[in-house]
Design a binder for this molecule. Structure first.
Ligand SMILES: [Cu+2]
Length: 197
């Protein structure tokens, strides 16, 4: 392992390579796990404001790795959102209601010219988070998971509402787990996309 010191420029191509490396590493880890006997849910040490737990989300055209995101209510996480796709993607962490609100809000941006993602009004009462990442970009961000999140009756998801992406299945469930890594319930079923409401 070699280290590089001093200022480093990280152009888009290097970021893309980083994202691909992370994606490949995650894939290798996943397949390595698949070769072993089934294991119990890995133990999670919940993040705190002074020591956030790192959570990697890799975006593809059109999906996410991992296929289920484990979060502990009330924990603080350091999200690494890595867009390994060719398109701009977002990761909205929120309830199904919030997902549908963003789906509606962003549908209004259809036909906008290429470039920066249009500003989207935050839905009333939104207690999740929305992260937008361009192709090859990695966005790091600290977020505290609401304690009340598991009370949402239809569950929480990570979803993308760049127009058309939700319909292509760009959504994964969030599974809430306790401080010992034990699921507080099953991950919610993936909502069927319902174009036009
Ligand atoms: Cu997307």
């Amino acid at each position: 392992m070699t280290g590089h010191h001093g200022a480093m420029h990280r152009p888009g191509r290097a970021r893309l390579l980083l994202a691909l490396t992370v994606a490949l590493t995650l894939g290798a880890l996943l397949s390595a796990c698949g070769d072993q006997a089934p294991e119990t849910t890995p133990r999670i040490t919940p993040g705190t404001p002074s020591a956030p737990r790192e959570v990697n989300i890799v975006e593809r055209d059109y999906g996410y790795v991992p296929p289920v995101v484990d979060l502990v209510p009330g924990e603080t996480v350091l999200l690494h959102i890595i867009n390994g796709g060719l398109e701009t993607h977002e990761a909205v962490f929120g309830s199904l209601d919030a997902q549908l609100a963003y789906e509606t809000a962003e549908a209004a941006t259809v036909g906008s010219p290429p470039g920066p993602t249009p500003a989207i009004a935050t839905p009333v009462g939104f207690d999740g988070i929305r992260v937008v990442a361009g192709s090859g970009q990695r966005v790091d961000l600290v977020w505290t998971v609401p304690e009340s999140a598991p009370t949402a009756s239809s569950g929480w998801f990570v979803g993308c509402h760049i127009p058309g992406h939700w319909e292509k299945g760009m959504v994964v469930p969030i599974r809430f787990v306790d401080a010992n890594g034990q699921p507080l319930g099953t991950a919610p079923p993936i909502p069927l996309p319902s174009p036009g409401g």
